[in-house]
Design a protein around this ligand. Structure first.
Ligand SMILES: Cc1ncc(COP(=O)(O)O)c(C=O)c1O
Length: 394
């Protein structure tokens, strides 16, 4: 029965053109090998090209030459997982963010789902999340029937304040959750406005997911909370290490008390084997480099400016304020067609379809990185203009 159900579901997905599969793909930041072809990589989260920099990888490997580095933490952070390398990563992290304490997790997903769940279970708490918030936050909000969670319209401060006013009437604290750069639309949360609302709403706390902004924005790559001057107002900041930092894992920035509380309550931390010592060393190595990567940040910023201009010229709605650029096609079929169209021009960008995004908002999702050459960017801009024509004809 079980296998039969699975087979039928898979057949149905295939019929809808929605069947997903994991296929091995060799890649570096600017190129990817998919289906035997080498294509320009417009789907990577390695926004600065740090993760695929071979010289940097060799430099890190050199630091391991003395030997004695372990590849398994062999236990959760509360057991054997807190290896000295974890302390090295924490030290590098707190050198970058002296305003906060940090707590590492295996991934951004584990951090968001676990921390939001732990926060939501604090008596008198309401979680108030943006409509387009990442699945990891949704999993946290829905992890326990006792959690009270509400949503507000995407980036809409009027909607936010009206839900907030309702929520604060019968709660002790309202934790607003947003993304500094949204993973699908590439737009930014109004961080300053949210922070300003804390003055009028003392029960309001802020949780900002910087998965797509940490490393890319702000002085030293400290992210948008830092560059918008709201680092102090943001009570909880989630940074992932597997995207712009070019490593793996994630960390939460918060107060010392909150850190201790999460160590004692977050199930995805307590009941999971910690990041390996070698990975902690790599995170520390990359965190120390990050402030010096201004050239890569500027390069990415100038690529973004060129591509945003091409997107506008091609007549796509200008949703993006970042290196993540959605080209709305409307239907799932058109998104698939657009990806094929790009592939025929040597460009690899993923179609994002409903139900991942709302119905009618399927898109080709482009994510830019600093390793793209001028020629590769020109090919992308040309393809965007041609794509608009084909989208209109279809
Ligand atoms: C906004 C956002 N938050 C969290 C995550 C999860 O981070 P990780 O990939 O480290 O699990 C993602 C992943 O893409 C994301 O887009």
């Amino acid at each position: 029965m079980l296998e039969q159900y699975m087979l039928e579901r898979l057949e149905a997905l295939k019929g809808q053109g929605m069947l997903r599969a994991i296929t091995p793909k060799a890649q570096n930041a600017s190129e990817i090998e998919a289906g035997g072809e080498r294509l320009i990589n417009l789907s990577s989260n390695d926004y600065l090209g740090l993760g695929h920099d071979k010289a940097l990888a060799a430099e890190f490997a050199e630091t391991l030459r003395g030997g004695g580095v372990l590849f398994s933490s062999s236990g959760s952070p509360l057991l054997t997982g807190a290896h000295p390398s974890a302390a090295a990563a924490a030290q590098a992290c707190e050198a970058l963010f002296p305003e906060k304490k940090c707590l590492f997790f295996n991934s951004g997903f584990a951090a968001n789902s676990g921390v939001i769940s732990a926060l939501g279970l604090i008596p008198g708490t309401v979680i108030l999340a943006d409509k387009l918030i990442h699945a990891s936050v949704i999993d946290g909000m829905t992890s326990d029937k006792r959690i009270r969670a509400l949503r507000f319209a995407h980036n809409d401060m009027e909607s936010f304040e009206s839900v907030l006013c309702r929520a604060e009437q019968d709660s002790e604290q309202v934790i607003a959750v947003t993304e500094a750069v949204f993973s699908m639309d590439g737009d930014r949360a109004p961080l300053k406005e949210l922070a300003a609302l804390k003055r009028r709403h003392p029960k309001l706390r802020l949780y900002v997911d910087e998965a797509h902004s940490f490393g890319v924005y702000g002085e030293g790559g400290r992210g948008l909370c830092a560059s918008e001057g709201v680092l102090e107002d943001a009570d909880f900041i989630l940074c992932t290490c597997g995207k712009a930092l070019g490593s793996e894992g994630a960390f939460l920035l918060c107060s010392d008390t909150a850190r201790s509380y999460f160590i004692n309550t977050v199930r995805s931390l307590i009941f999971s084997t910690a990041i390996s010592p070698v990975a902690f060393l790599h995170i520390a190595f990359m965190l120390k480099r990050l402030p010096n990567e201004e050239v890569r940040r500027r390069r990415l910023s100038s690529i973004c400016a060129r591509v945003h201009e091409a997107v506008a010229q091609a007549g796509f709605p200008a949703l993006s304020q970042s290196q993540i650029i959605p080209c709305l096609t409307g239907t799932n079929e058109k998104a698939l067609k657009a990806a094929e169209f790009f592939k025929a021009r040597g460009l690899y960008a993923m179609p994002i379809r409903h139900p991942t995004v709302p119905k009618g908002k399927a898109r080709l999702r482009i994510s830019l990185n600093a390793a793209l050459s001028d020629d590769e960017v020109s090919r992308l801009c040309k393809a965007l203009l041609e794509l608009k024509d084909q989208n209109q004809e279809a």
